[in-house]
Design a protein around this ligand. Structure first.
Ligand SMILES: O=C(O)CCC(=O)C(=O)O
Length: 340
């Protein structure tokens, strides 16, 4: 059954799973199904098949297209809302104080609808989620952690969150406060530097980076790149442990405070999110939106190590029972600081 996107948004019961069948020819016009509305709608979008929902949908979206070679502006979808607008048409000037992972965002709902219009790929409960190289050196491995490993990491996360040098919402130089709460291991991250003490908190020494977490990081790099040799040299010594409630998000930023260009290993627990993986030039398009679910691994290194990335939203209702994380999302990124 094909219906237009705007009718879909207002009429689909949450128990139905949308499966993308294909793109509708640009500019194509379709009438809505009888009884929904008598207006006509621009169908330059996607065709959806509705199935009973079996398990969370997994969507890979590609946002925007690179600008044509003749210098014309890139064609983009509907503009995103809010100060975080990223159309690729007009790079928004960003005050220096708001650059980096702490940039505040808003308007994700409307933005996500715009992103959905640009969905070109799909994987659903009916089709296994494959591993994917999202960009050169940026690899997504779905379901990498077992349920037991997720539960162990969630329990460790709870311990790490406790004071001293516990979890806090980071205050930005601009005065804003991040919606994500973070605790650090090995080195304490403060916008935009590392310290051995929680200088923006209680001043206590940062918690140590455990050896077993470094081992997990090496295994992650080996599995993501299929190269045990390269992984043997990986010596992560800093972790940022981020907690997202259902409203939290993280703006587009590049991880530049490390002196080492070794890969970043990202582990996801709990609620799924949309993880936006961009390019190394700017926080604007082109980017790829990937759904990161509980247990997923994402590694970015090599040519993608300094790519902009962010989390425009947590997907509500995707929490996972049995790992000790009743709500929200926990993300653990491992990095090599290159610091002494
Ligand atoms: O939560 C995530 O998946 C990304 C976290 C991140 O980008 C960061 O900690 O710098």
């Amino acid at each position: 059954m094909g219906i237009c996107c705007c009718c879909y948004r207002s009429s689909v019961p949450s128990t139905l799973l949308p499966v993308v069948l294909g793109r509708v020819r640009p500019g194509g016009i379709r009438r809505c199904a009888p009884g929904q509305t008598d207006s006509r709608h621009d169908m330059d979008g996607i065709l959806l098949l509705l199935l009973p929902q079996l398990s969370p949908i997994h969507v890979i979206e590609t946002g925007g297209r690179p600008a044509p070679a003749d210098g014309r502006p890139a064609r983009t979808g509907r503009r995103a809302a809010g100060p975080h607008r990223q159309t690729g048409r007009r790079p928004a000037p960003v005050p220096k104080a708001e650059r980096g992972r702490g940039r505040l965002t808003s308007g994700a709902g409307r933005h996500d609808r715009a992103a959905a219009r640009e969905t070109i790929g799909y994987v659903t409960a009916l089709i296994p989620r494959p591993r994917a190289e999202v960009a050169p050196g940026a690899v997504h491995v779905p379901g990498w952690l077992s349920t037991d490993e997720q539960a162990e990491l969630a329990a460790a996360g709870r311990d790490w969150a406790r004071p001293p040098a516990g979890m806090r919402a980071t205050r930005l130089p601009s005065g804003g406060v991040m919606s994500v709460q973070t605790v650090c291991l090995g080195w304490h991250w403060i916008p935009y530097r590392y310290s051995r003490t929680a200088d923006d908190g209680d001043g206590a020494p940062v918690k140590p980076f455990p050896g077993w977490l470094a081992e997990l990081g090496r295994r992650a790099v080996a599995d993501a790149y299929g190269d045990p040799g390269a992984a043997g040299a990986y010596r992560p010594d800093v972790a940022l442990v981020n907690f997202y409630d259902e409203k939290a998000r993280m703006g587009m930023h590049a991880d530049r405070e490390e002196r080492s260009l070794a890969p970043v290993v990202s582990l996801s627990l709990g609620a799924a999110c949309i993880f936006r993986f961009g390019n190394t030039q700017s926080r604007n398009r082109p980017w790829t939106d990937v759904e990161l679910a509980s247990g997923d691994l994402f590694v970015f290194g090599g040519p993608s190590r300094l790519a902009y990335h962010g989390v425009p939203r947590i997907i509500q209702g995707t929490g996972v029972p049995g790992i000790g994380l009743p709500s929200g999302r926990l993300n653990i990124t491992l990095r090599e600081s290159g610091l002494e």
